[in-house]
Design a protein around this ligand. Sequence first.
Ligand code: 1HN
Length: 346
Amino acid sequence: MSAIPKPSNQAARQSFYKKIDEASVTPLWEVLHSLIPPAPKTPCVPAIFKWRELHPWVMEAGELITAKEAERRVLVLENPGLRGESRITHSIYAGLQLILPGEVAPAHRHSQSALRFVMEGSGAYTAVQGERVTMHPGDFIITPSWTWHDHGNPGDEAVIWLDGLDVPIVQLFDAQFLERHDAESQKTTRTEGESLARFGSNMLPLDFKPSSRTSPLWSYPYERSREALAQLARAEAPHPAHGHKLRYVNPATGGWAMPTMGTFMQMLPKGFSGKSYRSTDSSVFAVVEGKGRVTFSDETLHFEPKDVFVMPSWEAYSLHADTECVLFSFSDRPVQQALDLWREEG
Ligand code: 1HN
């Protein structure tokens, strides 16, 4: 008996593949090893989007199209390994959205969940379920799945935020729905700050029962997150890889603030040189404060405030702070953990 195929076998196989291909049937053994590699393989590559380069383009877009005409005036940040797919990682969409003074981005709702991380400017609002939330730099704001939302800018500054959406995850499940509101802006039915008063003080309304997995707190203001990190930095030694890092939580459950995207904020003390770390969730980082570097294999990306960078699944990276740094980040970790897939190392 011989393990070596007979010369005629290759031709026989090819004609067999061709025959079954016509019926949309194909041999597993030709693709098995790329389907199930020994460790994560992703088309997502490490990348950095420099604010210095992006900001003029975002403002230029503001001269070319109105928020109303565009519906959402956003420059999509595409991962260089995923061009044409409107995604920054394999599972997450990200873009920079601009709203100019006096503009409105009309109300709609969709099954995709969105996070807003405010990059520049104050005075714009996003309205969710009848409540307006005014934006300030560094605020993390949630638009839960299937909730009416519109944005407006009654102030006098251009406001730019980073949108993060679970678009590719919802796409994977073919569970996309979108509906446009009859009115441009939804009716305001609650006073501003109600969500923060009800859910943002480590207290809950007596009879509160969560009706979804998304946090009932829409807005996590930067001043609170920043103060928490500053106090931790005075109180404890930094984690060897992450510095001082907190995750945003749903105050009603203690779980993630959003069911599909995990959100974090971390502070790296000046001079911090982090240990190498990797996890299976490709992560998107937005630099809030400070200058530093992220290193991986033998490469270095230098970051400054408002830069956005991506570290793919299972890419070992380390963070270094030239000055004290604050980083916001998000990933699909809640989904991976819900499916018992998430792993980390380092
Ligand atoms: C969307 O609805 C918004 O509401 C932003 O601001 C970005 C990207 C893809 C699909 C829907 C928004 C979006 C989006």
